[in-house]
Structure formats: structure tokens, C-alpha cells
Design a binder for this molecule. Structure first.
Ligand SMILES: Cc1cc2nc3c(=O)[nH]c(=O)nc-3n(C[C@H](O)[C@H](O)[C@H](O)COP(=O)(O)OP(=O)(O)OC[C@H]3O[C@@H](n4cnc5c(N)ncnc54)[C@H](O)[C@@H]3O)c2cc1C
Length: 210
């Protein structure tokens, strides 16, 4: 594959992976006016549905990007209950309840101007994606999978497959940042092994429209 190299314009920073971390980094570098190219193997960012709740620290980061309000208003009804309820079955006994104020009830904390918010990844990632794509100097390239990396004294050559066409190309960059999740290609290409169990459990997220 390394021989089929079609040169493409280089970018000073290449982010591998367009999950929440890669997209957030593209937003952050974009606002600091660092040109960046993000390579994501999936067709779009709406294919993943892991995150359901956005934590306080992440909301603080989104606040810095002026995205907190959009995340607050993505569509979850502000008067719906947010308590987590532990039951013996759906029509059984309630065993316990973690109380959480509804969004419309407002919230104040001594520790943060933000609160944890329900915002599933199928809505959260597109908000980050739209923002990243709007910043000058940020390019998001979907259906582009990083296959190999070669580092030298001046930077890194990145081997990529454009999945939509099957075209293979390479590009030059100063820095590669691996944001490609737990099964990271970048990590394994660097020969860094993962300790512990890669799969702690098997979960399924289900959205029910009622
Ligand atoms: C069932 C479940 C529920 C969860 N719920 C929550 C929650 O409610 N709140 C919360 O904050 N967190 C939650 N998490 C954790 C959260 O999903 C992760 O912390 C988060 O997705 C990590 O983001 P990431 O961008 O680092 O990695 P990922 O989301 O894994 O994204 C990595 C991206 O890299 C891409 N990629 C991989 N290899 C390549 C390559 N070679 N070339 C190009 N692209 C590549 C992948 O396609 C993927 O899009 C949950 C996780 C699971 C499993």
C-alpha cells in the first residue's frame, strides 16, 4: 500500500478519529487558529450512540466553545423528569431513586456554572461537528481511514484509504494526534499495548420514540 502514494496538501496537525474527543480537539485547535485535518473512517458522526449524558466538565469545555446553550436546547423536553429509578420491573416495585432536577427547574452550584445534561451522542457529536466545520482552517474528512504512519525528524507521513472510492494516498504533517478510541490504530501502530480487558461488558443503547 505504501507505494500507492498520491501526494495531497499537508496539514500541520492531523487528528485521527472523529468521535467526541477528536471533534472537540478540532474545535479547540480551530478556535486557536491552528489548521487541522481530521480523518474519520465512519460515513458520518451520527452512527455512534454511546454517550447519553454529558458530564459537567465536558459541559464546561462546551461553554468555552459557546456551545453550552445549543446542547441545553438540543430537543430534550425541559419539563421531563430526569430521575434515575431502580425498579424490580417496569411495573414492579421502586427500589431507589437518584433525584435530578428537571432542566426547566434551573440549577446552581458553587462549583460550576454548568450541570450534567442529557444529550445523546447522535445529537451531541453533530453539534461539535457543525461547529468544527464552521471554523476556518478545520477540515473534516469522513470515510477516510488511517492505515499507517511513518515518523521522521521533520514530521509524520500518514497513509490513508478513502473508503468511498478505495483510493489510497499519503500526506505529510507535523503532528498526528490519536483520538481513535479504545481500539486505537495510532496506539497499536506505535506499538503501545493496552492493559486490562478491552471489553468490560456488552451494552446496547436503545432509543424509544413514544
Ligand atoms: C455503552 C456506553 C455508554 C456510554 N455512555 C456515556 C455517557 O453517557 N456519557 C459519557 O460522557 N460517556 C459515555 N461513554 C463513554 C464515551 O462513549 C467515550 O468516552 C467516548 O466515546 C470516547 O470518545 P473518543 O472520541 O475518544 O472515542 P470514540 O467515540 O471511540 O471515537 C473514536 C473514533 O475514531 C475512529 N477511528 C478509529 N480508528 C480509526 C482510523 N484508523 N482512521 C480513522 N478513524 C478511526 C472511530 O471510527 C471513531 O469514530 C459510554 C461508553 C459506552 C461504551
Amino acid at each position: 500500500m505504501k507505494n500507492i502514494s498520491i501526494p495531497t496538501p499537508s496539514a500541520p496537525v492531523v487528528i485521527v478519529g472523529g468521535g467526541p474527543v477528536g471533534l472537540a480537539l478540532a474545535c479547540d485547535l480551530g478556535r486557536r487558529k491552528v489548521p487541522v485535518l481530521l480523518l474519520e473512517q465512519r460515513e458520518d458522526c451520527t452512527e455512534s450512540a454511546k454517550v447519553v449524558v454529558v458530564g459537567v466538565r465536558t459541559m464546561e469545555f462546551c461553554r468555552q466553545l459557546a456551545l453550552a446553550e445549543e446542547i441545553h436546547n438540543w430537543g430534550f423536553p425541559h419539563d421531563h423528569g430526569l430521575d434515575s429509578v431502580f425498579v424490580t420491573s417496569l411495573d414492579g416495585y421502586e427500589l431507589g431513586r437518584v433525584k435530578t432536577p428537571r432542566l426547566r427547574e434551573g440549577f446552581s452550584s458553587r462549583f460550576s456554572p454548568e450541570r450534567e445534561l442529557p444529550c445523546p451522542q447522535t445529537w451531541f457529536d453533530p453539534i461539535l461537528k457543525r461547529h468544527a466545520a464552521s471554523l476556518p482552517g478545520v477540515e473534516l474528512r469522513y470515510q477516510n481511514r488511517v492505515e499507517w504512519l511513518e515518523q521522521d525528524d521533520d514530521g509524520v507521513t500518514v497513509g490513508v484509504t478513502d473508503i468511498s472510492t478505495g483510493r489510497q494516498y499519503s500526506l505529510r504533517t507535523r503532528y498526528v494526534i490519536g483520538c481513535d478510541g479504545y481500539s486505537s490504530t495510532v496506539r497499536s501502530l506505535l506499538g503501545i499495548s493496552m492493559r486490562g480487558h478491552p471489553h468490560l461488558d456488552v451494552s446496547v443503547s436503545v432509543y424509544v420514540r413514544i
